[in-house]
Design a protein around this ligand. Structure first.
Ligand SMILES: O=C[C@H](O)COP(=O)(O)O
Length: 232
């Protein structure tokens, strides 16, 4: 049964997501990019406000995979008490050197999620190095939010192979990327651990606008209903 991740920008939005029954509350600043980071003090406020009622993840911002800056951002975000720290695999860095630098933090208990971008030609073979570095999970998202849904930029077979490869390596697996409610029926048969949303939850489907409670509930209920139907 797949779960639902909702990306929020404030404690008010986090409480709406919690009340709707989402499975992961994800903290990010959409106006700062694909994985924009919220200010540390806002993250702390939300973590305190949710108070363990639901797993919370947070992004460290759109930054190249450079070992020391990424490690510093990860440690700072982890110190807020979030359950998962999400790291974008942006170009312009050294993926293996960064994974090597993060591995001790992962083995020390930090639950790290690698976010790959379906619109940036990710390689499924990267999952070997991500798993070897001790990451807890992996997501396939999109970087350019103007290019439409994840389904517009990767084939269904690729998504199927990605989810299977993550599962085979013991990695939690999420699919996201400008997903719309009409994408849910197509994606749930792949049985990712969760589907991630921001844009579709927002007023006018504008990811930088506020989330709309009814949209959150509608997508939550669609995922639940379609998962049950698929399981029967
Ligand atoms: O992790 C999930 C992402 O926040 C999804 O955001 P999006 O729907 O704007 O692509």
């Amino acid at each position: 049964m797949s779960g639902m991740l909702a990306s929020v920008t404030s404690l008010t939005e986090a409480r709406i997501a919690l009340a709707a029954g989402v499975d992961i509350i994800d903290l990010k600043a959409p106006e700062k990019g694909a994985l924009g980071a919220l200010p540390i003090e806002v993250v702390r406020e939300i973590v305190a406000g949710i108070d363990g009622a639901c797993p919370v993840s947070a992004t460290i911002g759109d930054q190249p995979l450079l070992p020391e800056p990424v490690l510093a951002s990860v440690l700072q975000m982890a110190a807020t008490g979030v359950d998962f720290v999400k790291i974008g695999f942006f170009t312009g860095g050294d993926m293996q050197a960064t994974l090597d630098t993060l591995a001790p933090a992962a083995s020390g208990g930090l639950r790290l999620i690698a976010v790959l971008f379906g619109d940036r030609q990710p390689e499924i073979t990267w999952l070997d190095a991500i798993a070897a570095a001790g990451f807890r999970g992996v997501m396939l998202d999109t970087q350019d939010k103007q290019q439409g849904s994840l389904l517009n930029c990767r084939s269904f077979d690729f998504l199927k192979d990605f989810v299977s490869a993550a599962r085979a390596r013991g990695l939690l697996c999420g699919l996201a990327g400008s997903l719309r409610k009409t994408d849910i029926s197509a994606l749930l048969p792949l049985a990712p651990d969760y589907l991630g949303f921001r844009g579709a939850l927002c007023v006018g489907s504008r990811r930088t606008d506020r989330i709309d409670e009814n949209s959150v509930l509608e997508i939550r209920n669609l995922i639940t209903a379609r998962s049950i139907a698929h399981a029967l």
